[in-house]
Design a protein around this ligand. Sequence first.
Ligand code: PEP
Ligand code: MG
Length: 313
Amino acid sequence: ERREKIAAWSGPARTKDGHAVQLLANVQDPAGAARAAQSEAEGVGLFRTELCFLGTATEPSIDNQAKQYRGVFEAFAGHKVVVRTLDSGSDKPVPFATLADEPNPSLGVRGIRTLRINDGLLSNQLDAIKQATEGVDVEAWVMCPMISTLPEARDVTRQIRARGLKAGIMVEVPSTALLIDQFMNEVDFVSIGTNDLTQYVMAADRLSANLADFTTPWQPAVLNLMARVAEAGARKGKPVGVCGEAAADPLMACVLVGMGMTSLSMAAGAISAVGAALSEVTLEQCQAAARAVISAFDDEQAQNTARAILNLS
Ligand code: PEP
Ligand code: MG
């Protein structure tokens, strides 16, 4: 029965009582974007640009970069595409933007920090993104990964806005979640990366199978931080999305909507299941679940409480 409901679901996503939530796709290249465009996605919530260049030894020219970005924009013409600037390092070592032999790369020079290796990377990439939008009807938003201080946020938003693009940051480092009210003043939008936020809040490697009970976004500490980010966005009237794996879990997606997230971005294949789940619950149920999970004793209790309140088929 659940399977039939998922197959029959079509967007745009609404709760049972009509509350709208943007469901977006995570993509990594033009071919994948073309496939995702066949789904019910209303746009792209996370374009992982570094995955276009994993095998590239030297920094691609602005023209070469623009070609990749344009391919994704064209696949989603008429829609919103959130481009994430290079998140190199750690589990995604792009050769031209990664330090060799860091002892602890997930705590090292990755994401926006790679500007320390090559300070032209960001401005070149922003020029390429801008160039790729020319002549394409696309609403391009740009966000930077691994932002951890206010000066970083101020610097990148200035550079993004200088190209006439909407400027955001990912919230995936605890320092940013903790000072979220001040960060909200610097940006047009934020997107929570639950994979890294969980890894850094729990001090547990996201790739470690031994620590899977720690690296779940159902951990109450992670849920608390996400709720605070959503509330800060609502106070300032700024969009707050979630683009980590958590958004692809139908039960968690309902909780995130209850916290006040305005968009959820996930692998295109997960969109119908999340959309179908949202159509079964009211916003009030989602809000009740969101309130309950943040005072749970542990991840299992959080999940069980949400399950009981949301009662998905
Ligand atoms: C995340 O950290 O949740 C995220 C979306 O970014 P990535 O998985 O690419 O690090
Ligand atoms: Mg991340």
